[in-house]
Design a protein around this ligand. Sequence first.
Ligand SMILES: Cc1cc2nc3c(=O)[nH]c(=O)nc-3n(C[C@H](O)[C@H](O)[C@H](O)COP(=O)(O)OP(=O)(O)OC[C@H]3O[C@@H](n4cnc5c(N)ncnc54)[C@H](O)[C@@H]3O)c2cc1C
Length: 417
Amino acid sequence: MAGTVHIVGAGLAGLAAAVRLSQAGRAVVVHEATGHAGGRCRSYHDRATGLHIDNGNHLLLSGNRDALAYAETIGAADRLTGPAEAAFPFHDLATGERWTVRINDGRLPWWILDSASRVPGTRPADYLGLARLLFAGDRPIGEVIACEGPLYDRLLAPLLVAALNTDPPVASAALAAAIVRETLGKGGEACRPRIAVGGLGSVFVEPAVDWLRGQGATVNFTHELRRLELVGDRVAALVFGADRIDLAADDAVILAVPAWIAAVLVPEISVPQTHRSILNTHFRVRPPAGMPPLLGVIGGAAEWIFRFADRVSVTTSNADRFMREPRELLAEIVWREVCRATGLDGPLPPWQIVRERRATFAATPEEDARRPAAATRWQNLALAGDWTATGLPATIEGAIRSGNAAAALFQPRRSVL
Ligand SMILES: Cc1cc2nc3c(=O)[nH]c(=O)nc-3n(C[C@H](O)[C@H](O)[C@H](O)COP(=O)(O)OP(=O)(O)OC[C@H]3O[C@@H](n4cnc5c(N)ncnc54)[C@H](O)[C@@H]3O)c2cc1C
């Protein structure tokens, strides 16, 4: 395999594919439509707050092995930080109660037996439902476990909606099970929160572009693919507006663009059709002393509050209901909730609201079934992206795993000798 692999899209899926193939010694050219890499996972200077912010807070867990391996390869793993234990503090806005779920290390979930570590108001038997989820197949979660009661309201709903970005009762039990298997099911070692405190770009994006260029790969910005010429069972050419690239016999293409763009470029492939939004609200404020890096909020528009040195940032997943609300009103509502949950006080500080309307595909069984494999019927074309059939919901881990899977199709085979 001597030809060039053209990777279209410099989101995390495309960057991961490029890193894998460069490591394997293949010539790589990345083509990105915009002027920056990172796609839906990026950092930038925001004028309203005067801060460097992320488009949205991104939470990883220590069990996200492919994401962490990718960060390690590009030399950025030490920029992900988080608590030394798998501890998840919560605040209930309705009752004012606070508690911390502490997941012990090791596969035996002793924390469920300890009333100080499990969710207040729950009994160990309540947690058995989680095991049902593991063997439910691709059915809606609401058909498998009770989507009500203290365990659901105070732990499962916040975790599931964050991981699936879809209302849990209608979301896929199979995708939820994949998350449980790779994190909760492995114990505390796999559940430690990992946060890009210096911004997503400084962990996942800029180091990747620098690393790729250092390896001799080419990364082109403002180079939007407009058309693929498909001839027989091959991609014959890539057309980018002003220029075109005719592919040699051993050149290949990885299409790592969002689902809705892939569907336009290659109408024959199946892609998820519906998406869900995520709302992020950033406040320029010094976080109060003792505030945890991540705080779960029950009963508000705010769901997870992230602490950074110069701001607090709030995530609301599955947020379609907030997409038409006036921005000022949303900022005020979320700020009041932040004050109640953290002890902050005072008038609305400088703020920014970022609404990502198509943040992820809707993680329902129907949409999961539409996700295509990395390999296509065209010999030199592979697909990557969080929307391809990774078995995971649309996450950083899923995007990176999809890039690795696409890269594996064009990696030189290892000698058996
Ligand atoms: C607000 C928000 C919060 C999130 N929170 C989390 C979280 O807490 N944890 C987590 O794990 N995940 C989270 N995610 C999901 C995660 O960001 C995505 O799964 C991941 O970034 C998707 O990467 P991707 O490479 O598949 O797609 P994208 O990031 O969409 O990358 C596709 C790239 O292709 C480029 N492109 C498009 N068309 C063309 C073209 N014609 N030619 C060339 N290039 C093109 C785009 O510009 C883009 O750079 C969140 C997402 C959002 C939006």
